[in-house]
Design a protein around this ligand. Structure first.
Ligand code: SF4
Length: 433
């Protein structure tokens, strides 16, 4: 397991440091071009490549991050590094760029061809700093760096496995359950997860923060009084600027039957700089506001992520987590337990553990359902109940989330209910009927 392992940080030195960059525009309208390289990204200058061992440090410490920044971005101030818009403007967006930071594996190199048509590549410098010094099998690297396997479609896989397109009454709104809607605010994320359920649309630069489209969606919610819960998702709503997000939340709050608003985001894991005091000051004006945070692996729980969650929790926002079960990334009891324990310390309540959806090209990410049950069995009874998420399969075709639990309920003997506990011991409960 790679977590917290102390290792030398090997950095390729065939690059030139990035220069300072001004970010003037709000980034949330940026159509994420699949091929474009940020002009301000590192450019190759040195001809030879050598490995430089900077110091033996866990790569997920601020000190290691500081070394990374000083090496690759020596002209960038702390203030710029901590500016979320600088992070977005300087995302690594092609495998050529990535090769200046990581030694790409043959599987990663082969993926370059298909990226024109698939989910684009984008990784914030912050998240990239967590990958440097690790090999191609490193769990976090596998979540964001494409490999050739994602272009192989297996039987049963689909671009829209949850049938969201068929449950969309107006563009960008999915109405599956009677009392709640999924509101797709934009298709932009700061960092793209290779296993994204919405890879058919995310990152393609087609779903913008367009007020006419949003007004249409708001109007649908307004004239559907059964909707009491609105989940803002995308893309990542927290990549919107404060003013736009405030506008949307204000409009939703004006609808009397909308009781709660939820925001689904991966920002605290991939762009914790976004959680600024100004943002949380604005968010707290829209209570009751909940958040579902997307964390995948304990190595994402850095001091920066802790601070981001602390700010959100201090603003009174209840935080839940959503984790996708992923092969060779988090599919062991030990890794999952460690992640859940970190989340609790970050004041995030583990909410859902998702069986990976059968999106096209996801076979290398998917585990068996038995593996998911084994993990839940390895948590229940062995750690706090708060640390145990609900394991669900989002039913293909749009059937909604179906919870799965190991067989604790064994049936009946007469009027007694027969139960197995976490130690596999049998107990009888005298049922009233
Ligand atoms: S953050 Fe969410 S929407 Fe964005 S790529 Fe990852 S899984 Fe998809």
């Amino acid at each position: 397991m790679h977590h917290k392992a102390c290792r030398p940080i090997c950095i390729k030195t065939d690059i030139k440091p990035a220069s300072s960059v001004e970010v003037n525009a709000e980034v949330d309208d940026e159509p994420p071009s699949q091929q474009a390289c940020c002009p301000e990204s590192p450019q190759p200058v040195r001809q030879r490549t050598r490995k430089l061992t900077i110091q033996s440090l866990p790569p997920d410490t601020p000190t290691a991050r500081s070394q990374f920044k000083h090496f690759y971005y020596p002209n960038i101030s702390e203030k710029q590094w901590n500016d979320w818009q600088w992070q977005i403007a300087n995302r690594v967006r092609s495998l050529d760029q990535l090769a200046k930071f990581l030694h790409l594996s043959p599987e990663e190199k082969m993926a370059a061809q298909g990226l024109q048509t698939k989910l684009p590549l984008a990784i914030t410098p912050y998240y990239l700093s967590l990958l440097v010094g690790h090999g191609a099998d490193y769990p976090l690297r596998r979540t964001v760096v494409p490999v050739i396997d994602e272009f192989i479609k297996m039987p049963g896989e689909d671009d829209d496995p949850l049938g969201e397109e068929n449950q969309s009454p107006v563009p960008g709104l999915v109405h599956r359950y009677p009392d709640r809607v999924l509101f797709l605010t934009l298709d932009f994320c700061s960092t793209y997860c290779r296993y994204c359920t919405r890879s058919r649309m995310v990152g393609h630069g087609r779903l913008f923060f367009n007020r006419r489209r949003l007004e249409n969606a708001l109007e649908y919610i307004r004239r559907t009084p059964t909707i009491r819960d609105v989940l803002l998702s995308g893309g990542d709503p927290l990549t919107l600027g404060d003013a736009r997000l405030d506008w949307l939340l204000t409009r939703l709050r004006q609808i009397k039957h909308v009781e709660i608003i939820r925001i689904g985001t991966k920002v605290p894991a991939v762009l914790p700089q976004r959680i600024t005091p100004q943002l949380v000051r604005m968010l707290r004006r829209h209570h009751p506001l909940w958040m579902s945070l997307h964390f995948t692996h304990p190595d994402e729980c850095t001091p920066e992520a802790y601070r981001a969650c602390q700010r959100l929790a201090d603003a009174g926002i209840p935080l839940g987590s959503q984790t996708v079960l992923l092969s060779r990334i988090n599919d062991s009891v030990e890794t999952m337990r460690s992640l859940m324990h970190h989340l609790l310390q970050m004041r995030v309540r583990p909410y859902y553990l998702y069986q990976c959806d059968p999106i096209s090209g996801s076979a290398h990410f998917r585990t068996s359902v038995d593996k998911g049950l084994e993990i839940i069995r390895g948590l229940r009874g062995f750690t706090s109940g708060y640390a145990i998420p609900t394991y669900v399969i989002d039913a293909p075709g749009g059937g909604g989330k179906i919870p799965l639990t190991p067989d604790y309920y064994q049936g009946r003997e007469g009027s007694a209910v027969v139960l197995k506990n976490y130690e596999d011991k049998t107990f009888h409960y005298p049922d009233v009927c």
